[in-house]
Design a protein around this ligand. Structure first.
Ligand code: XMP
Length: 321
């Protein structure tokens, strides 16, 4: 099924919000729905839209999957509390880490995360809450890249021939599928979200597991979490679409006290992009690069190499996995 794209320029936010609120409310009727925040912009926007449409019939969760950034569950809950939306944090760390155990292949990791979200976590939440629907922020680029075989985006189901009702026991509502990231931001602003939310960097559903090359072990996730905090902190005021730290799998010769010592490599990426279909690296000042390298090698024991990606998308993709 071809989806009719609404470009950011053509998006009439008032009309779109009214239409979607009506459609969501009609689909759910007197039943109820759940939604899950990931810390990115799409799930934040769909949650606010869903609350406008459904009020108390929508329950919002933050799935703490052990793959999130430092302090993320608390900071998300705080931002939404200010908007009058209660966020329930679900501790699902062990489930996700078990599912990822031993997996190295990027697509196998993505599939394990998808299954854990939809079958494991959402299946359980739907049963517990009595909800019949999952409201989620899938956008057009997610579907296109998955269908084209670039990457299995964690939230694409029906366009891969998966019937969520049959496979997982609930229906999925996706009000943002006609939009791309720039349209979602415009919508977020029109919905009255604070700029810190609609301008938030995208953050993928597979979270930090998309930034560990090879097996995403708890130790490696902790390491990339620390590097992410340094990179995001240093690039806070840089104009960009998204930035990230990636942990590589190979060990590199380094030196300690004049002797060879093998260590790990962190790659930094900082992208400029409109809608994530294509992207270019931001030409960061050398001082900033130097500072990030120093903070990462000094602050994260075992890292001996820090690189900066200079290849655009395509042929690269934005996330490493
Ligand atoms: P790629 O790596 O495909 O990323 O060039 C393009 C944009 O999509 C985000 N991304 C995802 N978002 N689920 C998501 O919700 C996913 O599985 C996923 N994979 C990538 C990525 O962060 C970038 O903004």
């Amino acid at each position: 099924m071809k989806i009719a794209e609404i470009t950011a320029a053509k998006l009439n936010t008032k009309e779109f919000i009214q239409t979607q609120m009506k459609e969501i409310a009609e689909a759910v009727g007197d039943r109820s729905a759940i939604t899950a925040l990931s810390g990115g912009v799409d799930s934040s926007v769909v949650t606010v839209l869903g609350h406008k449409a459904l009020g108390k019939k929508l329950r919002t969760y933050f799935i703490d999957n052990g793959l999130m950034r430092q302090g993320e569950p608390a900071s998300i809950a705080r931002v939404f509390r200010k908007l009058g939306i209660r966020v329930e944090v679900v501790d699902a760390k062990d489930m996700f880490l078990d599912a990822l155990n031993g997996l190295r292949d990027p697509e196998e990791k993505r599939e394990a995360i998808t299954q854990t979200f939809y079958k494991g976590i959402f299946g359980q939440l739907v049963r517990q809450s009595g909800a019949r629907f999952l409201l989620q922020g899938t956008i057009l680029t997610d579907i296109e890249e998955t269908v084209a075989g670039v990457k299995r985006q964690h939230n694409v189901l029906e366009h891969l021939g998966i019937d969520p009702q049959e496979a997982f026991g609930y229906e999925v509502i996706e009000p943002l599928v006609q939009l791309r990231k720039d349209g979602v931001r415009k919508l977020g602003k029109a919905l009255g979200l604070p700029a810190e939310m609609y301008q938030r960097m995208p953050f993928p559903g597979p979270a930090l597991a998309a930034r560990v090359v090879g097996e995403a072990t708890p130790e490696k996730l902790e390491l990339v979490r620390k590097a992410t905090a340094i990179v995001e902190g240093e690039l806070k005021d840089v104009k960009k679409f998204q930035c990230m730290a990636i942990l590589h799998e190979d060990m590199f010769p380094g030196m300690k006290a004049g002797k060879r010592e093998y260590g790990m490599q962190i790659e930094i990426r900082c992208w400029t992009s409109v809608d994530a279909r294509a992207a270019s690296p931001v030409w960061l000042p050398s001082k900033v690069l130097e500072r990030m390298a120093a903070r990462i090698t000094k602050g994260i024991p075992g890292v001996v190499s820090v690189t900066y990606n200079i290849a655009p998308k395509p042929p690269s993709t934005m996330e490493a996995v």
